[in-house]
Design a protein around this ligand. Structure first.
Ligand code: NAD
Ligand code: DAU
Length: 342
């Protein structure tokens, strides 16, 4: 696998994957195909060697550009998406266009040129789970987790378009022999994450003198994984995964939002209660949790960055050291949330 296309490689997780490939696989050349929406940023690829990484600015739903690039590639790793639930509740159309039509355009080109395709998806396609009774003050649920056998049950326009894109890929494998794999990963954190998302929003709020904002009662649980572990998992699946299979990626990182926020406040030297409760997200999924046994046992993958406190401290340091990366956008992001009571 010498020439790979990484769609969405100027976004949060895609750019971390490009850094991972450059640092770990010197034989591979990466072509990033990215539209540079509000979430894409050339700066995420700054400093990478020009002979190893090329950025092509374009839309994955543009069949002409996609055809030209895919014709020369050995594999496509597909990260590009509209990725934020809150945005999808305000204006779903870009989600339909990019996540569905964009994915369709890519798999048609991969079918034409018989190019290996890896589809990066989310645990949100499975809907949500009850809270676990073994977490104090939580719920009555037995603590079950998502597996690749869990039925699809997405809640938001974002997650339903991701679910639809997964189903397109599955159908192209079955009907046309597309050489594809799918991964569904839990919530990522780390450097280069857009400040609209929970963890960077709260860190940059504190750095800007704004009180952090917690949706609803803050008991919703997310299964956090460091983005570097997501990258190593995707590489493992791309190179060792069985065609047609779905692998769930997670690192046993369940935390409720209030606990995450209190840890951010503590690590940043703030009082534990220095935040505001704001309006909840409509249809807000309660709990996600991944069972990644299949990926660990069949492909031998293991996460490396499992100390959440250390990972969060390093992420806080990154946003502290890279103010120029986020500061210009901060006011507009907060104004948009404020209009929504969040
Ligand atoms: P992001 O919003 O940070 O980045 C998305 C990137 O895709 C941006 O660079 C953007 O410019 C690009 N893009 C958007 N529309 C495009 C189009 N039409 N053509 C070309 N490029 C386009 O997203 P992220 O959080 O890095 O997520 C990346 C992928 O991982 C998504 O597919 C998402 O569903 C999936 N995922 C995310 C998480 C998470 O916690 N963030 C977890 C599991 C899966
Ligand atoms: O599970 C994987 C998914 O994780 C990905 O598919 C999505 O692309 C990614 O955005 C993420 O979705 P979430 O909706 O879980 O992430 P978000 O960062 O928006 O919110 C995390 C939790 O924090 C969620 O329960 C909502 C809550 N929240 C969010 C924001 C922005 C707050 O309490 N306050 C906030 O200000």
């Amino acid at each position: 696998m010498k020439n790979i296309i990484v769609t969405g490689g100027a976004g949060f997780i895609g750019s971390n994957f490009v850094h991972y490939v450059v640092n770990n696989h010197p034989e591979v050349h990466v072509t990033v195909l990215d539209k540079l929406t509000y979430a894409g940023n050339k700066a995420n690829l700054a400093g990478l060697p020009a002979d190893r990484v090329e950025l092509v600015v374009g839309d994955i739903a543009d069949a002409k550009i996609v055809d030209e690039l895919v014709a020369k590639a050995d594999a496509v790793v597909h990260y590009a998406a509209e990725s934020h639930n809150d945005n999808s509740l305000k204006d779903p159309y870009p989600f339909v266009e990019t996540n569905l039509i964009g994915t369709y355009t890519l798999i048609e080109a991969c079918r034409k040129y018989d190019v290996r395709f890896h589809h990066v998806s989310t645990d949100e396609v499975y809907g949500d789970l009850p809270l676990r009774k073994d977490l104090p003050g939580h719920g009555d649920g037995p603590g079950e987790k998502f597996t690749d056998k869990t039925p699809y049950n997405p809640s938001s326009p974002y997650s339903s378009t991701k679910a639809g894109s997964d189903l397109l890929v599955k159908a192209w494998v079955r009907s046309f022999g597309l050489r594809a794999t799918i991964s569904n990963c839990s919530n990522n954190y780390g450097p280069y994450q857009h400040i609209e998302k929970f963890i960077p929003r709260q860190i940059t709020n504190i750095l800007s003198g704004i009180r952090p904002k917690l949706y609803g009662d803050g008991k919703n649980v997310r299964d956090w994984i460091h983005t570097n572990d997501h990258s190593s998992a995707v590489w493992t699946i791309l190179t060792k995964g069985e065609i047609g299979e779905t692998y769930l990626i997670g690192a046993d990182g369940e935390q409720d939002n209030i606990t995450v926020l209190e840890l951010i406040l503590e690590l940043m030297g703030q009082p534990k209660d220095a935040y505001d409760h704001v309006k909840d997200r409509p249809g807000h999924d309660l709990r996600y949790a991944i069972d990644s046994t299949k990926l660990r046992e069949e492909l031998g993958w293991k996460p490396q960055f499992t100390n959440f406190r250390d990972g969060l401290a390093a992420t806080i340091q990154w946003y502290t050291d890279n103010r120029e990366w986020w500061e210009a956008e901060k006011q507009a992001v907060e104004q948009k949330y404020a209009k929504n009571g969040q």
